[in-house]
Structure formats: structure tokens, C-alpha cells
Design a protein around this ligand. Structure first.
Ligand code: CTP
Length: 134
């Protein structure tokens, strides 16, 4: 069985996230997604609109996803790769090179991001719209 693992915040779940999962699911039998907890996001200086429970529930409902786990710190990836017998660690190319240290354990893949969509962009666009509407 081929297993892929990926990680992220996945706040305001959008089609860039769906397409990442779709591409990954086509390369494996099992897609595991590590969703960043609120505590880990705080550590990264990132604040999500939806809570960890809500984001994990949404990601788990995506048909391409086999399993959701919490991403609680920077160090867990290596242990997760061993624990779940992961074949490929995959993530968007905004993280290019950052996880090459996992190459001794599994294949490491950086995928091209979907153009013109991000959670940050959605938040900014909504903020502009609400200012213009006021
Ligand atoms: N991703 C992608 N294409 C996009 C947006 C995100 O492939 N257009 C991927 C990222 O590269 C990452 C994963 O989805 O592997 C989770 O990214 P996340 O940071 O949660 O989403 P973003 O939309 O990039 O959120 P933000 O703007 O807060 O960084």
C-alpha cells in the first residue's frame, strides 16, 4: 500500500486545497493529512478563522483524504513518516527545500501551487469588500 502524507493549516478550505489532495490521492492508496492545531499555528504566528476541530472536520470530509492527524510541532514529521510507513512526503512548492531532511526516510515532493488562490487572498478580498460595502 502506497501512503502519502502532507501538512497544512487548510483554513477557509478552498479549491487550491482540493486540487492538492486530488493530485496526491491519484499517486497513492492512502492520503494522510496533518492539520495544524491552533496552538501550533500560534507558534507559527498564524491565526486561523476556523478552529482546529472545524478545519480537521472539513478536511476529513474531502473524498481524497483517508485520514486526518493533528500537526502539533515542527519535529513530528520524521516520527509520523516512520509510524505510518509513509512512501512520499508531499507539500506545495511554497515550502521548496524545507523538508529535504526527510529524504533519508521517504521520497520528498514539492507540488506546484494552484494559481490565484490562497486563504490569505480570500481574507484580504473579503476585508476589501466589506470596507467598500460600508
Ligand atoms: N496550496 C496549493 N495551492 C494553493 C494554496 C495552497 O497547492 N493555491 C497548498 C500549499 O502549498 C500547502 C497546502 O495547500 O501544501 C496547505 O496550504 P495552506 O497554507 O493551508 O493554504 P494557503 O491558501 O496557502 O494559506 P495561507 O494564505 O494562509 O498561507
Amino acid at each position: 500500500m502506497k501512503t502519502i502524507i502532507t501538512y497544512g493549516t487548510f483554513d477557509l478550505f478552498h479549491f487550491g486545497h482540493v486540487r492538492l489532495f486530488e493530485r496526491l490521492s491519484k499517486m497513492c492508496d492512502q492520503l494522510i493529512v496533518g492539520v495544524s492545531t491552533d496552538e501550533f499555528n500560534a507558534l507559527k504566528g498564524k491565526a486561523a478563522f476556523f478552529s482546529y476541530q472545524q478545519r480537521a472536520e472539513i478536511v476529513a470530509a474531502c473524498k481524497y483524504v483517508s485520514k486526518v492527524i493533528p500537526e502539533q510541532n515542527w519535529q513530528q514529521k520524521s516520527a509520523d513518516v516512520s509510524r505510518f510507513d509513509v512512501d512520499i512526503f508531499a507539500i506545495g512548492d511554497d515550502w521548496q527545500g524545507e523538508f529535504d531532511f526527510l529524504k533519508s526516510q521517504c521520497e520528498v515532493m514539492y507540488l506546484t501551487r494552484t494559481d490565484d488562490i490562497s486563504t490569505t487572498e480570500i481574507k484580504n478580498n473579503l476585508a476589501v469588500k466589506s470596507v467598500n460595502a460600508a
